[in-house]
Design a protein around this ligand. Structure first.
Ligand code: M6P
Ligand code: ZN
Length: 183
């Protein structure tokens, strides 16, 4: 058992809770506007993840629990976002549930078709098998959400590192708009 603060999703630190922080500098190449990225403080924290892994990574039949906090911000017109991944075992699904803040869950199938679901306090999202997923903060406050995924799902970042998603979430005319990449 561990303790979670339901007001923000934060997990009590402990031996089974892994923590990571992603700064702008660690997200080189992720955002479309490289010039804007270079002009920013690369030590700026974009997001933090906590993962409760009570059994070994890769174990079939188990579950992991996570908490993610994405700071508000933009690189050029593009909202602060997570790296995004497919599961290494492609047929593994996942749940996300929003605690506070405003954002978007960006989803992409294996043919690069990309769509989004709005994230708001209380929204619960099912990420189907075979679907890449990333989250972005479209609001002015931190976006807090929790996640639950199979312990044998794994993370495959490579495809997204190379080709990104089929669309980018940009701030256009005062609103969040999913802009499809040019072919
Ligand atoms: C959620 C889960 C984690 C994931 C995290 C950040 O908490 O899906 O598995 O690590 O979001 O996403 P990413 O790993 O793509 O940066
Ligand atoms: Zn996942």
């Amino acid at each position: 058992m561990i303790q979670m603060d339901w007001s923000n999703g934060l997990l009590q630190p402990g031996a089974e809770v892994l923590e990571s922080v992603k700064t702008l500098g660690q997200l080189d190449g992720l955002f479309a506007d490289a010039g804007a990225w270079r002009g920013m403080d690369l030590n700026t924290v974009v997001y933090r993840v906590q993962a409760w892994c009570p059994i070994a990574d890769g174990t079939e039949g188990g579950l992991f629990w996570g908490n993610t906090v994405i700071e508000p911000g933009q690189v050029g017109a593009e909202y602060f976002m997570t790296h995004g991944h497919f599961h290494r075992q492609r047929d593994r699904a996942e749940y996300y549930a929003t605690i506070s803040g405003e954002g978007a869950l960006i989803l992409m199938d294996e043919n690069r078709k990309t769509w989004m679901e709005a994230m708001r306090p209380g929204s619960v999202h099912f990420i189907p098998p075979h679907i890449g997923h990333r989250t972005a903060n479209t609001g002015k406050a931190p976006l807090h959400f929790v996640a639950c995924w199979p312990s044998d799902a794994g993370h495959d970042y490579e495809l997204i590192r190379q080709k990104g998603f089929g669309a980018r979430l940009l701030h256009v005319d005062g609103a969040a708009k999913l802009v499809t990449e040019r072919a």
